[in-house]
Design a protein around this ligand. Structure first.
Ligand SMILES: NC(=O)c1ccc[n+]([C@@H]2O[C@H](COP(=O)([O-])OP(=O)(O)OC[C@H]3O[C@@H](n4cnc5c(N)ncnc54)[C@H](OP(=O)(O)O)[C@@H]3O)[C@@H](O)[C@H]2O)c1
Length: 287
């Protein structure tokens, strides 16, 4: 029976990923900060008879990661797959977001993943087998205001993943990045309802999320892509997921850097006119 460690499984994409792997016959180690709250999840595990063990792990904390993954490896032996899913999101203008939030998002989305990678890698390298899947984001490829603090953490995750891929390929260990667009989870819904700033970009950005969430892309879509990557043996590094993912990448690729900056710096009227092209439904519905 193949085994997987998944971080951040209390809700959203992580929860769906744990269920998807277990239903596909994996032994799942579902980690989360507060297992005591996982009442519905435990019930589902029991109802469906799934091979899921829940354990406490805060990816921000060196000791928590070391002891949790150490105990899993001791109990299970080598792990086949690690999914770094745990993440947080802070956005706003660079001027207004507190420095503590920049640090917090980096701690979870970047250092959290690095911590978990370092905990499983020796065993994968020695066994010449394994797969690491990092849940990045389209914001790991495209930086736009007001996602600066979050995008920085996902760009960092993408950089380390690309470099790591080069180191571990000779040991037959795979790494992949999943790059979701806007997915229907608490994280995206919080973005849709937030935003008051002296910068107009912050105030208008929630409209895109609100519009996308009127025709929501479920977290299961990302979960199934992660499962597919683990099972397929693919060496493809980047996997955009969701109906808006490739259009967003294409939209950025069609502009040079200066056009990209000027367009985001444009007035609300000009910006909404341009944003209709890659996004449906019309984000002005969220104005
Ligand atoms: N939703 C989207 O549109 C979207 C798009 C692109 C990428 N993503 C990425 O997808 C991943 C999952 O996000 P989501 O949309 O499913 O959001 P979510 O519903 O807010 O879930 C985030 C998960 O991460 C956990 N988490 C946060 N900090 C943690 C920490 N220090 N240690 C352990 N777990 C921690 C949360 O646990 P608690 O319950 O304890 O807070 C929760 O289980 C993230 O990496 C996110 O950046 C999401």
């Amino acid at each position: 029976m193949k085994s997987v460690i998944i971080t951040g499984t209390s809700k959203g994409i992580g929860l769906q990923t744990a269920l998807a792997f277990a239903r596909a016959g994996y032994k799942v180690f579902a980690t989360m900060r507060n297992p005591v709250n996982a009442v519905d999840f435990r019930q589902k595990i029991q109802d469906e008879g799934l091979a899921i063990t829940i354990s406490a792990m805060d990816v921000d904390d060196d000791e928590s990661v070391k002891s949790c993954i150490g105990a899993i490896l001791l109990q299970n032996g080598p792990i086949d797959v690690l999914v770094n899913n745990a993440g947080i999101e802070y956005h706003g203008s660079i001027e207004e977001v507190p420095l503590a939030d920049f640090k917090a998002v980096m701690e979870t989305n970047y250092f959290g993943a690095v911590r978990c990678i370092k905990a499983v890698l020796p065993q994968m390298r020695e066994g010449r087998s394994g797969c690491i899947i990092n849940v990045s984001s389209i914001s790991g490829r495209v930086a736009n205001t007001p996602m600066g603090p979050y995008a920085a953490s996902k760009f960092a995750l993408e950089a380390i993943s690309e470099a790591l891929a080069q180191e571990i390929k000779p040991f037959n260990v795979r790494i992949a990045m999943v790059e979701p667009g806007i997915i229907d989870t608490k994280m995206a819904r919080d973005i849709a309802t937030s935003g008051k700033s002296i910068y107009p970009q912050v105030n208008r950005f929630g409209g895109i999320f609100e519009a996308m969430l009127k025709n929501p892309t479920p977290a299961k879509l990302v979960a199934n892509k992660i499962l597919e990557i683990a099972g397929s043996g693919t060496w493809q590094l980047r996997h955009p997921v969701g109906p808006d993912a490739l259009p967003t990448l294409g939209w950025r690729a069609r502009m040079n850097d200066e056009e990209w900056v000027s367009w985001h710096a444009a007035s609300n009227k000009e910006w909404y006119k341009a944003v209709r092209l890659p996004y449906k439904p019309d984000p002005t519905q969220g104005e």
